[in-house]
Design a protein around this ligand. Structure first.
Ligand code: NAD
Length: 492
């Protein structure tokens, strides 16, 4: 592995995400040699603690994610960690962070490379970025890098996202900003590109002549849990559709990039999003449905969750139909759905091919059922793999056909060895590869699309709750697709 050099500064360094995902991911990079001697990590938050206590907390975070921490390797790793309490709204205090960064840069010979990771409430992103620049924390020189990593959410509509982006871009150029969408770090999401552009069999059929529709499902089994106060202000449309689903859809819909580079891939994703039809009021109302879970059993009733108002109109489920107005996709809809408290936890993409134009097996005297559609399923999680449904002959004396499946499931060992999204994404940040991050144009087109749905929803009070816990959402989500004489491939 190539060793990368950098001083990291984590804002929100004592937060849930940092302990649960970010530090264990750095440890994996350390074990693989991507980080070795020339790096240091500074954690900051308002809490007071010394380096030793912070290092103990890091060890605990490694242990909690299944690592042994009695090794020399773990001790060496945590010796690179430093803690500095800091209130992000205290501009004068950034000088303390600057001195510490400069000192650690020298000590570990990090060559001036800096990564600023904002893992905290988004209302602080703009201020932090500004203070980093004005208080002199960005290092200077021709060969150094300064990179800003931003957690979600990136705004709550187009206007707020644009304000945030304007604030960030006063201090950082677009190629220095890494907007996290952790779905882009998932193995099987990255595999969409391999599957499409590495296989004649797939890409030559990847268009409206052969594909009838594409379905993307991000299904969660749990309710809001402890994120309720955040979630109730956001809802499924903002929390899942604007970012994760739009990113997955753009990878599925884009044209072939000139080369496998971040610049080329982003250009194609943006082109795809530009041809996504932004709905007028009437179409937004018919092509999107929302839901909220609830039942007489208050244990599984969104409005009775902790920190949720009893009259909340926040949606915990969305289903929708997306249409691209371009030569490749005109007439082939993309159906999407996501929600909480559904039947199961999984993410999958189902690509439904058109049936053969003529079914020669279904002549009047035959007893044959009509041919099933070919379906290519990409299983993203919990199990990674592909499945291809084909028609084959049944093994009897007559002649009838039945659907069979070619399955490829990533085996347990390989799954275990697959890097976690955050490990991959942190590695990409160290390399300066923006492929698996959301660029500003992508974010802005996604918001413009989603805002239009929100606008229509905000005009009318929803009839909530409207779906039973552990179902696959409200009846309207079935009607949405049945109206087009289709059905969800994954059904209960
Ligand atoms: P958290 O509430 O657990 O942590 C927030 C951190 O910010 C804490 O370290 C806190 O001390 C610090 N902080 C708050 N106010 C501060 C101030 N004025 N000055 C300095 N520090 C301050 O949050 P989290 O769950 O770790 O989430 C962090 C970010 O990651 C958020 O943007 C969130 O939306 C995003 N995110 C989190 C998860 C997750 O699984 N936790 C998943 C996806 C995205």
């Amino acid at each position: 592995a190539t060793e990368r050099k950098a001083v990291f500064l984590f804002f929100g360094g004592t937060g849930d995400l940092a302990y649960r995902k970010l530090y264990p991911s750095l440890f994996n990079l350390y074990r693989k040699g991507n980080l070795r001697s020339h790096f240091a990590v500074i954690g900051t938050s308002r809490a007071k603690m010394d380096d030793d206590k912070f290092r103990a907390a890091i060890k605990k975070s490694l242990a909690d994610s299944g690592n042994r921490t009695d090794s020399k390797e773990a001790s060496d790793f945590v010796s690179h960690f430093y803690y500095q309490d800091h209130d992000v709204t205290d501009t004068a205090h950034y000088a303390v962070l600057k001195d510490l960064m400069d000192k650690l840069d020298k000590k570990y010979k990090a060559e001036g490379h800096r990564i600023f990771y904002l893992s905290m409430a988004p209302q602080f992103f703009g201020t932090i970025a500004q203070d980093l620049k004005t208080q002199g924390l960005l290092s200077e020189g021709n060969d150094v890098f300064n990179r800003l990593v931003i957690e979600k959410p990136f705004g709550r509509d187009y206007d707020s996202a644009r304000l945030l982006n304007d604030a960030l871009s006063k201090s950082f150029d677009e190629d220095q900003i890494f907007r996290i969408d952790h779905y882009l770090g998932k193995e099987m999401i990255q595999n969409i590109e391999a599957l499409r552009f590495g296989n004649t069999l797939v890409e030559s059929l990847w268009n409206n002549r052969y594909i009838d529709n594409i379905q993307v499902t991000l299904s969660e089994k749990l309710g809001v849990e402890e994120r309720a106060s955040y979630y109730d202000n956001s809802g499924a449309l903002r929390d899942m559709v604007q970012n994760h689903i739009m990113q997955i859809v753009s990878l599925l819909a884009m044209e072939q990039p000139v080369a496998f580079t971040d610049t080329d891939i982003r250009a194609e994703k943006v082109k795809a999003l530009r041809s996504l039809r932004v709905y007028n009021v009437a179409d937004a109302a018919t092509n999107f449905v929302r839901g909220q879970y609830g039942s007489i059993n208050e244990q599984a009733d969104y409005r009775h969750e902790d920190n949720v108002p009893h009259d909340s109109t926040t949606e915990t489920f969305v289903a929708g139909k997306l249409l691209f107005d371009n030569y490749r996709w005109s007439g082939t809809p993309f159906y999407i759905r996501t929600g909480k408290m559904l039947a199961d936890k999984f993410t999958r993409v189902d690509v439904v091919f058109k049936r053969p134009l003529v079914d020669i097996f279904a002549f009047p005297q035959s007893q044959n059922t009509p041919l099933a559609a070919n379906v290519l399923t990409i299983f993203v999680e919990p199990h990674a793999g592909f499945s291809l449904q084909l028609n084959a002959k049944t093994n009897d004396t007559g002649f009838s056909t039945e659907p069979i499946k070619l399955d490829y499931l990533v085996d347990a060992q390989k799954s275990k060895d697959t890097p976690e999204p955050y490990e991959r994404l942190l590695h990409d940040v160290l390399k300066g590869d923006g492929t698996n991050f959301s660029s500003w144009p992508e974010v802005s087109y996604a918001w413009k699309f989603v805002d239009q749905i929100r606008r229509v929803w905000d005009l009318q009070e929803p009839q909530f709750p409207n779906y039973t816990p552990h179902s696959m959402g409200p009846a309207a989500a079935e009607e949405l697709i049945q109206r087009d004489h289709r059905e969800w491939v994954y059904r209960l």
